[in-house]
Design a protein around this ligand. Sequence first.
Ligand SMILES: [Zn+2]
Ligand SMILES: [Zn+2]
Length: 414
Amino acid sequence: MNYRSPRGTHDIFGINALGMSLLEQKSKEIFKKYGFEEIRTPIFEDASLFMRSIGQATDIVEKEMYVFEDRKGRKLALRPEGTASLVRACIEHRMDISNPAGKFFYSGEMFRYERPQAGRYRQFHQIGAEYYGNSSPAADAEVIVLAQDLLAAVGIDKINVHINSLGCEKCRPFFRKTLIKYFSSAQGLCDDCARRLKNNPLRLLDCKIDAGKFIEVPQMANYLCDGCKDNFNSVKSLLKSVDCVYTVDEKLVRGLDYYTRTVFEIRSDSTSSQDALAAGGRYDNLVEELGGHDTPAMGFALGSERVMLAAQSVGLFNNFKDSEKIFIAIADQELFNGAFAFAVKIVRNGLSFNKDISVFGPINGKSLTNQLKYADKIQASKTIVFAKTEFENGKVLIKNMKDKTQIEAVINEL
Ligand SMILES: [Zn+2]
Ligand SMILES: [Zn+2]
């Protein structure tokens, strides 16, 4: 039997692994500059944590979660997103009290049972951040700009920032009622919309099937209370102050129940996909709802696979410079130990003429011809050959693999 990776999962190697590492490394640098610290949470949690936080009437909880029982019958779920886990950790370690203005970032695998397509997997990677304890619109603007900077760091600068305000517990209930009333008279809603009408009417606004069927749909902007209106205006003027170009998008509701006030999505301008590269929003009630102190919060996540696709389409790796590959060969088998010790030495210290190298070889029991073939195969730029006559004089041969010229060099000077 030939095994394959399970449907919707993928092995990341070669240029994609390089890209993922680059994205993670760049994002860590940027998080550090913005004062965010790393947190790593388990890949699985109590299933009820996600059901309560994300919401029962959401795609994730209804259709996409990997829920399982462990051997003691505990109902667990592979994490479908990062926010719920971070809030859980924040409360469990009393960070909502000890570190009221905590800024955290995370990076890792998420799991959703979705139909696989380009950039969309059942096991995928997200990089995200949560900013606790700051209800100021400045926190919203900071998180949006941070997400924009992360994308720019891997060459994605042609983007569209979509923002919207979903209101608060004061003004949203009235908007919900208005929507329920409006959509109740609508004909031919898709199954999802018909089912969600009562529990999650906001989701009907971004339904891909029913979009365009309705005219004069009520708009949240007209229902925001004064506090929410001021808040949204401040977010917009702060974004303007740092030259962040945005579009106010009334249809942007995000799929999750916990959002309040600002929500945002960043989409690529150079790919046709409408999938967001990064998205997030404010969730001022979730920490308290999950048993913590009243702690306002703002966060976002980006989908690493989608970001990689977009980054490759704008030539992320055009200027990528790999380390110089050096192959160590032996012309005489008895020189193997000396060559091995030399290889480890240059792995640790680099060569005098280049510190940025990757070292391959020596390989035991192969003819020199075969070793050189191998060096060509891995695209080594130079092969350092240990041969008896030269070695006895403290020297090696350095073969340039491109033009096939070779020079002698003193081992201790390399
Ligand atoms: Zn409000
Ligand atoms: Zn629909």
